[in-house]
Design a protein around this ligand. Structure first.
Ligand SMILES: C[S@@+](CC[C@H](N)C(=O)[O-])C[C@H]1O[C@@H](n2cnc3c(N)ncnc32)[C@H](O)[C@@H]1O
Length: 298
């Protein structure tokens, strides 16, 4: 399936990487603070989310900490050392992977890549981390040639593909194209695809359940606001429910393993941001979210 690529459109999604970089910087995720300071992530987060930022501060730091760490858990669980991250934005994961001796290929759209690669490389140099296994590359997830080029850095070694915070911005045709691309790349490899993005609708629904029906409008308007700024329709991009989402990806020839985004096996470093009266219930909500490992049937 050919999707018309218009990188100017997709690039409107790129500033959202600074919002997630800001939330992560409030956690103990290694290198997240250095990255957020370098890109003035808080400033962009304030501009993009407006008044909602104070309200979000109660929940987003833990949500994004758990999401990031869930991908790392999936990588460990599968014994994966080498990683290709798609739509990596300002992810600190590359610095973590190469510090442990793995190969990391981080990919994003040209504009984001130009900004983030310099920052990540500067931090690696400052921290005395060898750059030999760090590869940052511009690649659109909808472009198989760009992805195949990025995959060449692994030189035939096993690697996993991961992404977080992308699929909600893609419509069904774009999700299909990306799934086909990921499958094609993994078919030449023994790896898998690890993502937290498949069932995005449940996140909003769970927050409404936690905080009350009045949140329906708040969540809807937050999603509309992000949609307007990114020129996407994240409400329309959602699947109706989790079974529908899983069926969609199974139809591309993936076997899917689901695991909790947060299993409660470590204490979230951002737990103090959660309002005391909602702490227990919000943590249970996080435990109800899933991350997914998709393995192509070979
Ligand atoms: C919400 S940010 C997430 C960034 C990072 N994964 C994280 O969790 O912090 C979304 C990212 O998707 C990237 N993106 C959007 N459309 C893309 C596409 N078609 N191909 C590659 N990256 C894309 C944006 O540039 C941006 O960095």
């Amino acid at each position: 399936m050919a999707i018309e690529n218009n990188e100017n459109d997709y690039s409107k999604i790129s500033p959202t990487a600074k919002i997630t970089a800001y939330w992560k910087s409030l956690s103990d995720i290694p290198y997240s603070k250095e990255i957020a300071i370098a890109v003035k992530a808080e400033q962009t987060a304030r501009q993009m989310t407006g008044d909602r930022i104070e309200w979000s501060k109660g929940f987003s730091p833990s949500g994004f900490e758990a999401r990031y760490k869930a991908i790392n858990y999936g990588l460990r669980k599968n014994g994966i050392e080498n990683v290709m991250e798609l739509a990596s934005g300002l992810s600190p994961r590359g610095l973590e992977i190469i510090s442990k001796g793995g190969i990391y290929v981080g990919t994003d759209l040209p504009e984001m890549y130009n900004e983030s690669s310099k920052i990540i490389i500067d931090i690696a140099i400052r921290e005395g981390i060898s750059l030999n296994n760090l590869h940052l590359q511009s690649a659109n997830v909808l472009d198989i040639d760009e992805l195949e080029n990025a995959a060449k850095y692994f030189k035939g070694k096993k690697f996993a593909i991961c992404n977080e915070g992308l699929l909600m911005y893609l419509n069904k045709d774009e999700k299909s194209q990306m799934a086909e691309n990921v499958r094609k790349i993994l078919m030449n490899n023994d790896g898998c695809w690890i993502t937290t993005d498949i069932d995005f609708k449940s996140w909003g629904e769970a927050i409404i359940k936690l905080l009350g029906e009045h949140m329906n409008e708040v969540i809807k308007s937050a999603k509309e606001n992000i949609s307007n700024q990114t020129d996407t329709d994240i409400l329309k991009n959602d699947f109706a429910n989790k079974p529908e989402a899983l069926k969609f990806y199974k139809n591309f020839g993936f076997e899917i393993e689901e695991y909790p985004m947060y299993a409660g096996d470590y204490i979230l470093s951002t737990v103090h941001f959660i309002p005391d009266n909602l702490k227990e219930r919000f943590i249970s909500t996080l435990k109800s979210f899933s991350a997914f490992i998709l393995t192509p049937k070979r």
